[in-house]
Design a protein around this ligand. Sequence first.
Ligand SMILES: NC(=O)c1ccc[n+]([C@@H]2O[C@H](COP(=O)([O-])OP(=O)(O)OC[C@H]3O[C@@H](n4cnc5c(N)ncnc54)[C@H](OP(=O)(O)O)[C@@H]3O)[C@@H](O)[C@H]2O)c1
Length: 404
Amino acid sequence: MNSGTGTAWNEGQAPTSMRAVVWTRYGPPEGLVLRSVRRPVPSSHEVLIGVHATGVAAGDCELRALRFSLGLRIFVRLLMGLARPRDKILGQEFAGVVRDVGTGVTRFQPGDRVYGTTGFRFGAYAEYLCLSEHAGGGALAKTPVHLRDDEAATVPTGALEALHFFRRAGDLRGAKVLINGAGGGIGIFAVQLAKLYGADVTAVDGPTKRDLLRSLGADQILDYTREEFARSAESYDVIFDVIGKTSYTSTLGRLTPDGYYLLGNPRVSTMLRGIWTSCTSRRTVVFGAARQSSEDLAQLRELLDSGQLRTVVDRTFPLEDAAEAHRYFETGAARGRVVLLVRSEQRPGEPGREAGKLGEVRRGTAPVPTVPEPGDSPGGNSAREARSGVAGELANVVELDLAP
Ligand SMILES: NC(=O)c1ccc[n+]([C@@H]2O[C@H](COP(=O)([O-])OP(=O)(O)OC[C@H]3O[C@@H](n4cnc5c(N)ncnc54)[C@H](OP(=O)(O)O)[C@@H]3O)[C@@H](O)[C@H]2O)c1
């Protein structure tokens, strides 16, 4: 492994350790423990990123607790450790600053503000992480100018997931789109992107998300605790089931004859039924892992900077309170995203956010860019990079000593 250029370190010897939240066992949040571990060193095509903020996602909590079907639980244990996770740091999405670059890096330089996702390498619950400048398996781009790091860290996985599915859903102009689980990490971006594409959006989520969903532009809001969209008389051109908690047959019954059923969180059985539906009718069922592309992340930056796309931070926690942040996330009380603040520094002139303060919806002021078209297929090798991500290829943790 090559060392980086070292140009970012002007205080002498670069540090060799860092603070990270280590995932010590499958189960409750107490298994997330702050430790001092070895700081990664960038190889020739990698950037070393000083993480300032990292989002707590539903996927992090599900993985931590192995909250999956039996088959998937076995699969995850085989990949990540049978009895306990092997030296893992959770966390996929992050925002921070480039601290060092490998000798072959051309797209970034020390000091660049960046945001992105590590994909299945994980490792974002830490002060530093290394990522290929092309982000192999993840995505990496310059941070939206108008967003603070805590806000930027909430964008990558949810927004890329929503973009991925809507690109496979045909022309959304004038389409009736229903989003189930619209108030969560994927849903808040799905609602806004569907509106940007020109759809009429029905957002389904719990009663505490009503104001949030209205502020994001939803045309109709359904409370899943009071009414089941799958039993209503309405039909939709596109149904994006983010959480996969409704019956496949009932949901299909609410789809127009040429409609698209987007399975954001499918089981094996629904994927098989989806293939059958697509082969035997005019309806299209879409599923599969989202492509995480740096080009898409750069395009999202323009939408965020123009104020066409917003993010919502509900609450921030310091890195050392990762277990508490997971506990809070799992209460379901959050209206917007939960974020771990790894370093408290903000951009010069930018007021810091109090840890624990309720967040806000932010708008930027830059010129208005084009909305990415459904069906667009941006060039570059990002799809190949995304597919090359290997589940279980997590950050290699070498514990040095317990943090104070
Ligand atoms: N974030 C990603 O990029 C990503 C990528 C791939 C896969 N996934 C998977 O996709 C799933 C959703 O992810 P997410 O990040 O959006 O999760 P999330 O942040 O937990 O959001 C889920 C939303 O669904 C709502 N909900 C719960 N039960 C519902 C029901 N019966 N009907 C309608 N809404 C309901 C929740 O509301 P309450 O809090 O009121 O229950 C919550 O607002 C997770 O299983 C995740 O692992 C996520």
